[in-house]
Structures are given as C-alpha cells and as structure tokens.
Design a protein around this ligand. Sequence first.
Ligand SMILES: Cc1cc2nc3c(=O)[nH]c(=O)nc-3n(C[C@H](O)[C@H](O)[C@H](O)COP(=O)(O)OP(=O)(O)OC[C@H]3O[C@@H](n4cnc5c(N)ncnc54)[C@H](O)[C@@H]3O)c2cc1C
Length: 499
Amino acid sequence: MAQNKVDVLLVGAGVMSATLGSLLAQLDPSLKIAMVERLSKVAQESTHSLNNAGTGHAGYCELNYTPQQSDGSVRIERALEINGAFEMSLQYWSYLVEQGVLPAPEGFINPICHQSFVWGEADVEFLRKRYAALRRHHLFEEMEYSEDHAVLRRWMPLVMKHRDASQAVAATRVQHGTDVDFGFLTRKLVQSLKKHPAFDLELCHTVVGMKQRDDGRWQVRVKDNRTDQTATIDAGFVFLGAGGGALPLLQKSGIPEARGYGGFPVSGQWLICKNPDVVKRHCSKVYGKAAVGAPPMSVPHLDARIIDGEQALIFGPFASITTKFLKQGSALDLFASLKSSNLGPMLAVARDNPDLARYLISEAFQSHKERVATLRNFYTEAREEDWELASAGQRVQIIKGSEEEGGKLEFGTEIVTARDGTLAALLGASPGASTSVQAMIEVIERCFGPQMKTAGWRRKMKMMIPSYGESLDENVALLHEVRRRALATLRLGGSGRPG
Ligand SMILES: Cc1cc2nc3c(=O)[nH]c(=O)nc-3n(C[C@H](O)[C@H](O)[C@H](O)COP(=O)(O)OP(=O)(O)OC[C@H]3O[C@@H](n4cnc5c(N)ncnc54)[C@H](O)[C@@H]3O)c2cc1C
C-alpha cells in the first residue's frame, strides 16, 4: 500500500466514493485520501454505464416519484426533492467543467428529452393530474402535456407508430432531460483525484475487516486479491461506498447505528437493441407505469442512451431474483448478511410483500418472447431478433426494523453514520447516481461538521454549488440562475432557459 495512514479512506470506486473524494479534495487539497477497490478497474459495478439506465433522475419522467393517493390525488414532494438534488449535481459538474477538472460535457452528459407515457383511461387521468400538480411548480415549469396522437407522433415517433388511433394515450415531456454516463464521469473524477499527490488508488484490494481504536481512528484490513496478503490502513474517517457491499462492511464495523439493517437484493436485466436502424429512430427516454407488485425502480422504460459517444437503445429493467449483493459478488452474500439483529425485520418483510415475491418470480422466468411482448407496449413493431438480453447491476434494497410492522422494505437511499462522525455508509440505490452530489454533501455535513462551519469551507461550497444552503424549491430567481448556467455550461439546452 502506498499510504498506510490516511485522513480519509474511500471503500469502493463507484460514483459515490469518487464524488465524495472529489468534493473533499476541493474543500481541503491537503487531505490524505485513499480509495480501495476490489475489482481491477474503476466503476465496474452499478456505476458502469450498462449496469444502470443513465437517466439523470430529476423527477421529470419517473412516475414512481409521484404516487397516486387513495383519494386520487397525486403527491409530488418526492419529485420536487429529487429535482432539487439533481440541480446540485448539475451545478457541481458545471463547476468541474469550468475548472477543467472534467472534460467536455458531451463525454458524460447529454440532453435527452424525458417523457412519461401512459395508455388507458385510468392512467391518462393519473398523468393529467400529475402534470397539473407539477406544472404549477417552477421546478417543472417547462413540462408539456398532450393526449393528442398527432402531437405524440411528433414527440415519440417510434412509440406511436401503428398505434391504434382509438387508444386513450397521454404523455408529458421535458426537453432538457439528461442521459448521464456515470461510468465515464466516475473514471474522470478518479483520474483528476490521481493528480493530487495526497491521493492513492488501490485496485484489486478488498476491505475485509475493520476495528475502531480507542482514539477513534479506524484500523482497516485490506486484502490484495492478487497475492492474498493483507495490510492495515489507519484511517481517520472511513466511507463505505461499496454499493451492494456496503451493508456487510457496515455490519463488520460493529457501530451500534448498523444494528437492524438488512438488505434485499434485486438484479436487473435489459433488452438491448442490436439493430442500428431502430436505434437511430428513438431519441428520448420514455418511462411508463410499473406493473402491480413491481418494486418502484422497475418502472419500464425505453431509453435512448449515449454511451462512449455512441447512441444506444435499451428497454427494461426486468427484475430478477438473486442472493448476490454485487454483480460480481457471491451467491452467499444474502445469507452472510443475516444477523440476530436483522432477522426479525427480514422475516417481516418476506411476510408482508407477497406481491413483490410473485412479481420477481414471474419476471425471472419470462421467455425472450414474453419480454419482447412487454416491449411492444412501447414499440408495437419490435422484432425478437433485434433485441438481446443483458444483465444490469444489482440493487440491495434496505430493510429496516419498524415498530408497527416489525420490518420495512425501503426503496430509497440511506446514509448511516457513526455517532462520532468517523464512519459513514451509503445503503440502497435510488434515485442513485443522479443525486450523488447531494448525498455526499450530506456525508460531509454529518462527518466533517466543524470544518463545514468554517468560512473557508462554506465559501468554497458556495463557489462550487451556488444554491448550497438555499432551497431551489422556494427561490425561483435562484433556480433560473443556476439552471441557466448549468444548461449552458453542460450544453444541455442552449444558452437560456428552455421553453
Ligand atoms: C438496474 C439499475 C438501473 C439504475 N439506473 C439508474 C439511473 O438511471 N440513474 C441513476 O442515477 N442511478 C441509477 N441506478 C443507481 C446507480 O447505478 C447507483 O446508485 C450508483 O451507481 C451507486 O454507486 P456506488 O458508488 O454506491 O456503488 P457501485 O457503483 O456499485 O460501486 C461500489 C464499488 O465498491 C466495490 N466494493 C464492494 N465491496 C468492496 C470491498 N469490500 N472492498 C473494496 N471494494 C469493494 C465494488 O466492486 C464497486 O466497484 C441504477 C442501478 C441499477 C442497478
């Protein structure tokens, strides 16, 4: 190991660790930072371009962020929150592009129109209400809505081709939606960190254990996967940004805050289009409604992507059953995570979610023909031979103890921190990479509280993220200002506000 004593140890080389490392190095370039990754390259798990959908989640098209209530009304709070969080990512990436830390934005972020699409009277009614609720808010002021087949044919020609003219359909669109290549972004963030003399990246090294000393510092045991030799890193602060591997490490840390957490892994699969003529006919992200019993992140979508500068088209995700916590993990992961403190919540979740179990089983055993039939809800002319199945990343959903139900399955992300601020872990995976900047700022606020209160760090935060400390949800003028800058710097929508 190049450094045995560090201020900050980042476990995992995905978008979360890379973002935290980048923010901390900006705030205090003298910090000694090490990043340890078990695989031989950076960003090979969920952050890899083809392991996630690359949607810059901003609440524009994802219908699961605006659930319908039993009285028919539509709640928009989560969409507002996610939109505000994504604006923080856009501001930080803009700053890094302006500083020359990140390369030309086209390499990692591209404007791709975000659309929601539904059919059938009930879902049309839902989308109409969703639009009415969102459109009133300045964060969503550019959203458009239509039920007119002719308009929708212009918005999404592939989806509307040969569609029954009598079918009730509706769509919304936001033209400055984005596609983000999180794999590319992460590689560039890590490359820029490598330019700091106080940064060290150790690939092919797995964190296998950790213990806190009486003085609060962590002794982290790291195994070199090529030689099986172990070494110890002495770290003042540890971030468990290990994706699906964060829960087992959190359990190993032994901090009381880890008690009761369990994980429920869900793997995903995509249909990837192999026919270039079809790929070039679809230029937006079209999100539909999730099937009954489906976990919220299994909303089907037909997605135009830009990966390594090339246009791609994917449909999915199809969920599946797995016991692995990482795509390149072990089938024993789930069983190894069972502890006396989380067994109750895990069993309660198994008991209370029969629809989810039924859904996962039915998804897992679908044939190619059946998957293409689902795709035909979005693209009526889809041919089986144009699409092939590929594995996406793993998500480990959080299971938590709950007084009423005994255990609860959560679909968001959660930051767990030690009371003394020397360790933090990120659990869960939604909305994920898009909100990495806000999530990592939360880690810094919780674990670097005294430094964050200094004038120097506060000034730097404002420089990097002008809306830091303010609410874009409430401040219209500030939203317009930061959005105009981000859209121009990241070349997402011309030089002014779209629309
Ligand atoms: C199917 C799917 C679709 C998604 N779509 C989107 C989307 O459209 N938009 C979006 O914003 N987000 C999306 N996400 C979520 C997003 O991909 C994740 O939130 C994000 O990539 C997580 O980053 P991470 O750094 O926490 O984890 P990861 O990228 O998984 O990185 C964790 C790293 O830690 C390493 N590691 C694990 N254990 C150890 C150990 N013991 N020692 C050393 N290293 C270790 C792993 O090898 C890995 O490289 C999607 C996820 C999935 C699965």
